[in-house]
Write a protein of this length. Structure first.
Length: 202
């Protein structure tokens, strides 16, 4: 099940008050491909992803019995973090609770980066790395299994594909004139020759 991008934007606006909407959109798209029932398994990806909450809950039970390290839902919240986030496995497969958890983790990572003297976009890069690996460096390392790109690079590329927000005022909107049709060069490039110039060389 894949949620529409517009719904993700709406949910991000409602459930992630500390993170800019397009950043959360990009993170969710990268983490789960917008599948609210996605399950990530470290070092052993699932052959097929659940298509319902019931399937997801059953898959989690089997994976945990096998000792798997798993992440859940839209923001791929790691199972080991659920207790600290006051969440259940069921909560992790609900849209807003999962995004709220992602918001909490990313904003906490951002605050940690700021405490270390980072700011702005550099702090955001570190925060995204922290979201991915709980440190400021792993998410910036290129991975051969992902086309020699880093996690933060992949987030940035996903963000670039989103339609940007409006950053112009109504006063900056001007009517554009239709371009004039181009004349055919063959028709316009006619040269007059003297009547005696049979071969039109002069």
């Amino acid at each position: 099940m894949i949620l529409e991008a517009a719904l993700i934007a709406s949910l991000a606006s409602e459930c992630a008050p500390n993170v800019e909407v397009s950043t959360m959109q990009a993170l969710i798209t990268q983490e789960s491909s917008r599948n609210p029932y996605a399950i990530g398994v470290v070092d052993a990806p699932l052959i097929s992803q659940p298509t319902s909450k019931e399937e997801a809950m059953e898959a989690v039970e089997v994976l945990l019995e096998a000792g798997a390290n798993i992440s859940l839902g839209l923001g791929q919240i790691n199972y080991r973090n659920l207790k600290n986030l006051n969440m259940t496995v069921s909560d992790a497969f609900e849209y807003c609770p999962n995004i709220k958890a992602a918001d909490h983790i990313l904003s906490s990572c951002f605050a940690r980066a700021e405490k270390e003297g980072q700011g702005g976009q550099e702090a955001l890069k570190s925060a995204l790395s922290c979201y991915y690996s709980n440190n400021f460096t792993t998410g910036l390392k290129r991975e051969k299994s992902f086309g020699d790109t880093s996690y933060v690079e992949r987030i940035a590329k996903t963000h670039e594909r989103l339609v940007p927000g409006i950053q112009f005022s109504s006063n900056e909107v001007q009517e554009k004139k239709e371009p004039k049709p181009q004349k055919d060069i063959g028709d316009s490039a006619v040269t007059n020759h003297n009547s005696w110039d049979v071969f039109k060389e002069f």
